[in-house]
Design a protein around this ligand. Sequence first.
Ligand code: SF4
Ligand code: SF4
Length: 351
Amino acid sequence: MATKSLQKRESELANTQRQLEILSNGIFQSGELPTFANKIKETNQFPLKPKSIEILQINVGYMCNQVCSHCHVDAGPDRKEIMTRETMQQCLNVIEKTGAHTLDLTGGAPEMNPHFRWFVEEASKIGVKDFIVRSNLTIIRANKKYYDLPEFFKKHNVHVVSSMPHWTRGKTDKQRGDGVFDKSIKALQELNAVGYGMPDSDLRLDLVYNPSGAFLPGDQMAMEKDFKKALFDDFNIQFHNLFAITNLPISRFLDYLIASENYEDYMYSLVEAFNPSAVASVMCTNTISVSWDGWLYDCDFNQMLDLKVASKSQHISEYNEEDLSKRNIIISQHCYGCTAGAGSSCQGTVA
Ligand code: SF4
Ligand code: SF4
């Protein structure tokens, strides 16, 4: 498993233009498969338009203690992009006035941003209805300075959402790195110990599953049942919901697809599983994604492809919800990942 980001490896895929070329050429250019735009035209859903903004997703930096093989952020210890306190303050100004009910902090490992705790403290004072932190779990065990994170999350009533690709050590470590499973189990037990994930607890703990290879996730409810049984039987761990997420063909997952010669087959399976009823609820229809340097995107995936919102208001410093609501959402063939089967978003299935 690679231990460096694509950027550090100087891979050609570290260039977002190159990724977009791959997604537009070959089987899509020849017409063998329809482009996403043409596909949604068939059901009169083009151009894709946003509804009201419900979720503000803020990426506070690409630094991470892990280097997972399918990471769409291309995060890792070698990434130095970190949101400054000044940009965080601009985000706080927006959180205060937005109609969005959910604040979703992500990374990298958001906890590694030196201003993370300050930001959480300030944002929680504003009284967001659902305040999510996407924690990779192992960070809680990575260093003594993070050991109190479960208590910190509890104090600020943070909703913890964490990746856990499988309930077995082998599958988890293969995707996320050696030793990740054992540290994740320990972290989950510590979150349970302060009340997270308990059946009647308001301290929400949800897990995210994404497939370990070039295939689509199975049924979310059935998987949740299997995860709950296995984690409880083997480790006495409880959690609330499991979100099943499809891997989008960008960044390190695109690298994996190409290196394993699965790219075309995977794109075929996404297109074949296209579900027109998922289009209306894809994440970009109710979310704005903010990058570490304050730029605005339709979603976290468009952020990683550097496709900024098509709006006059392109930066958090000039955030204007009315302008943003009029924009067309920027799409490409990676969007097929959000509309396959039951659909996929940061909150799991959508259809
Ligand atoms: S923990 Fe998350 S952000 Fe970090 S490398 Fe893994 S997938 Fe990427
Ligand atoms: S990848 Fe982003 S822009 Fe495309 S459908 Fe999914 S959420 Fe929308």
